[in-house]
Design a protein around this ligand. Structure first.
Ligand SMILES: [Zn+2]
Length: 405
């Protein structure tokens, strides 16, 4: 098995430090990869020999970003909806139907190439693991198709048949108006068709949107998914105070995502469940919907486990950039640059129940993010500047930047 020595690392952020030093920074560092895994980390002066050598010439190296929340399997364009929102129209989740119609009309090959292009875009910005949800098919066949295509390109696949109630069930002309029938479909035949392709089940639990699901509907979706062997994630507390956080904690979900509106009881519940349930914050959504940002510093101070992700989707945040998310978390949500980097790597990995990514320690995957900068501080200091790129070592002999799976 061949090995590669990465040397000349000005600052190595391992995210494998102790609780007093979660970033675990090593200066003037080196790292050895063997078989796609990290085999050694430490000071460059003590580095062992390896078969190949990559000199990053003083750059900072971090764990590759873990984007634990995205909706990348879709067709169509909703830029006009964004423009309308910026002109003052409110967001209520209704635009998802536009993406559903375009996605149903697209061929497998179209969806596959759209997904591949979006993943390439993410890797070019330092992301090495991406969770991908379904949720723009909303029929048995279209949801299973989205998951099959996603599974070709990532291990972290999430069944989101309960994204919205589709128009044919929601009421209005030509609709049966029977929400309960749609929940029965999602928890029955759709789940049966989708579970083999997915690791996770998710639900948009949001009483402030007529298109989304109530607490009891969400509970039905999550418990059915759990009974089918899937692990749980929840979209909660995005548009206002609601039951999503409490439901996620009660059911032992790995993550509750958005958390834009939290009561003190919600924060207490998340702090009490910090080993199990991560609060995944998606500040690109607050940016793109002109909504208030949650107070991430308050969550960390309370002992909550915090992750950051893009929520890359065609409606409420069409950004694939983890560096942008990190900059927003620092500028708008009160995190330090180091806390934001940790949330975007180790924090997101925890929300996926993964210990082999999001950190750089012996045995973890050799998924690196290399910065054209001397320090992780530059990610938020130089917001908007493309300084981050991914470097995955060992897989198929790849040692070049942006080489993805
Ligand atoms: Zn989402």
């Amino acid at each position: 098995m061949s090995s590669t020595l990465v040397t000349g690392i000005g600052e190595l952020v391992t995210c494998a430090g102790d609780p007093a030093d979660p970033l675990g920074v090593i200066h003037d560092a080196a790292l050895v990869e063997e078989g796609g895994e990290v085999a050694w980390v430490g000071p460059a002066s003590q580095a062992p020999a390896a078969d190949e050598r990559v000199d990053v010439e003083g750059r900072a190296v971090l764990p590759g970003f873990v984007d634990s929340h995205s909706h990348l399997v879709f067709a169509g364009d909703r830029a006009a909806e964004f423009a309308a929102r910026m002109a003052g129209e409110p967001y209520d989740g209704g635009g998802i139907g536009v993406s559903v119609a375009a996605t149903r009309a697209a061929s497998d090959d179209e969806l596959r190439s759209l997904l591949a292009a979006r993943l390439t875009e993410m890797r070019a910005q330092g992301t090495t693991t991406v969770e991908v949800k379904s949720g723009y098919g909303l029929t048995v066949e279209d949801e299973a198709r989205a998951l099959r295509i996603a599974r070709e390109l990532t291990d972290e696949v999430t069944f989101l048949g309960a994204h919205v109630v589709p128009s044919e069930y929601a009421g209005g002309p030509g609709s049966c108006g029977d929400r309960a029938a749609y929940v029965s479909l999602v928890t029955g035949p759709m789940l049966e068709a989708c579970a083999p392709h997915a690791r996770w089940v998710d639900v948009f639990c949001e009483p402030h949107s007529a298109h989304a699901f109530t607490q009891e509907e969400a509970r039905a979706v999550l418990t059915a998914g759990r009974d089918a062997g899937l692990l749980l994630r929840v979209h909660g507390n995005q548009l206002g105070h609601g039951p999503g956080v409490q439901l996620a904690v009660e059911l032992g979900a790995a993550s509750v995502d958005h958390c834009t509106y939290l009561s003190d009881a919600d924060v207490d519940a998340l702090a009490g469940a910090a080993d199990t349930t991560v609060a995944t914050l998606l500040p690109g959504v607050e940016f793109s919907t002109r909504s208030p940002y949650p107070d991430a510093a308050k969550l960390l101070a309370a002992g909550v486990s915090v992750a950051l992700a893009t929520d890359c989707n065609p409606g409420t945040c069409y950004s694939s950039s983890m560096p942008f998310v990190i900059a927003l978390a620092v500028r708008e949500m009160g995190l330090t640059p180091g806390q934001a980097v940790h949330a975007a790597t180790a924090g997101s990995a925890k929300s996926l129940r993964r210990e082999d990514i999001g950190r750089l320690a012996v045995g973890s995957r050799a998924d690196l993010c290399v910065l054209d900068a001397p320090s992780h501080l530059h990610l938020s200091y130089r917001a908007g500047v493309p300084i981050a790129r991914s470097l995955r070592l060992g897989e198929r002999g790849a040692t070049s930047p942006d080489s993805g799976p």
